[in-house]
Design a protein. Structure first.
Length: 117
């Protein structure tokens, strides 16, 4: 990314990236606690992803729009898992989902505010 917003966006994206990277460990540990192998390769992540890869390097406003869409997609995906988690009576996983939804919805809101005039 380049342009006048570089420093502020770079710092914000780094904070978001770090939060999501740390969340991967929590999610992987929950998957392991349930007795399943956690995905651990980029190929597996790509196969399981609900957010599509983007080609090229979008300009800052488009990058923000793409990130908003991705955050909203992840929140919807997490929310859609609640019926399965409820039927399994799995409160720890419900807690992880609730935390992820809160983070992704808040991040989407923050990103949307950047596009307001």
């Amino acid at each position: 990314m380049t342009g006048p917003q570089f420093n502020s966006l770079h710092n914000m994206f780094m904070t978001q990236y770090t939060e999501q990277w740390n969340a991967l460990d929590v999610i992987a540990e929950r998957i392991r606690a349930l007795g399943f192998p956690a995905p651990g390769t980029y190929k597996e992540f790509a196969r399981l992803a609900s957010v599509e890869e983007v080609d090229g390097v979008p300009k800052a406003p488009e990058m923000i729009r793409l990130l908003i869409s991705a955050q909203e997609t992840v929140a919807r995906t997490a929310r859609a898992l609640f019926p399965v988690v409820d039927s399994a009576n799995d409160q720890p996983t419900a807690d992880v989902l609730t935390q992820r939804i809160e983070v992704h919805e808040k991040t989407a809101w923050i990103l949307r505010s950047l596009l307001e005039e």
